[in-house]
Design a protein around this ligand. Structure first.
Ligand code: BEZ
Length: 233
């Protein structure tokens, strides 16, 4: 039941929100692939946990088709996908079976090979802040990026009416992996191949050292003492 106009609706569980930079909240859940322990089952891999408002709905169907079509691209980035909605495994299975018959946007007969969580009790939805102001019973479009150590690294929340940008979802994984591997930060609208940012110096000595380090070198572009770009390797 939607509560837009009813402020007296009682919800029996207080929502909480995961935090970037903290461990991803743990849970055990039943899925279309059996039970999972999150995030422990995904140690050593990146994982994208995402929610959608409901099975058998239009925007969600386009998103599932897109996730299914990109599954191998994510796997190539050591990244697994886990879906969730406040629906049963039975409903999920019916929906993903139906999706196999569809073709849209160059995606033909997609097979959903990742697990989809049954969250009819809304336990995960409440733990992950997936139930927000639009509905008491349908999750928003949330995306949680969890690293191989089980830490929450990025969180996106979209409303029901707006399908997600999958180029951005992939860019986030690539960007987080690059930042971790090279100890660099990434500027606005960064994408692979573009200049990265060298962490700023933190002492006056380091400022001088940085100036020496970059002087006359083509791979660096220093706008100011605290903002140095470096060509992508
Ligand atoms: C959709 O996926 O189309 C949708 C789902 C819930 C509310 C609105 C739209």
């Amino acid at each position: 039941m939607d509560n837009k106009n009813d402020m007296n609706v009682q919800v029996d569980s207080t929502p909480t929100f995961p935090l970037i930079g903290r461990p991803a909240p743990k849970f055990t859940a039943n899925t279309t692939h059996g039970e999972i322990n999150f995030p422990d089952d995904y140690k050593g891999k990146w994982v994208i946990l995402f929610s959608h408002p409901a099975d058998f709905t239009p925007v969600c169907t386009t998103e599932f088709m897109t996730f299914a079509s990109m599954h191998e691209e994510f796997r190539a980035l050591n990244t697994e996908l886990v879906g969730l909605s406040i629906d049963s495994v039975h409903a999920h299975l019916g929906w993903v079976t139906a999706i196999k018959n569809y073709s849209w946007n160059g995606i033909e007969n997609p097979e959903v090979k990742f697990p989809v969580i049954d969250d009819v009790k809304m336990e995960v939805a409440n733990k992950y802040g997936m139930l927000q102001g639009e509905s008491d019973t349908a999750a928003v479009r949330a995306v949680f990026f969890v690293d191989p150590d089980g830490m929450m690294r990025t969180i996106l929340y979209y409303p029901a009416s707006l399908g997600r940008n999958f180029n951005e979802i992939k860019r986030i994984i690539i960007g987080l992996q690059k930042s971790d591997a090279e100890g660099v930060a990434l500027p606005a609208n960064w994408h692979p191949g573009k200049d990265v940012i060298v962490p700023p110096p933190s002492t006056t000595d380091d400022i001088k050292k940085r100036l020496e380090e970059v002087k006359g070198k083509e791979e660096y572009n220093q706008l100011d003492w605290y903002l140095t770009f470096k060509k992508d390797q």
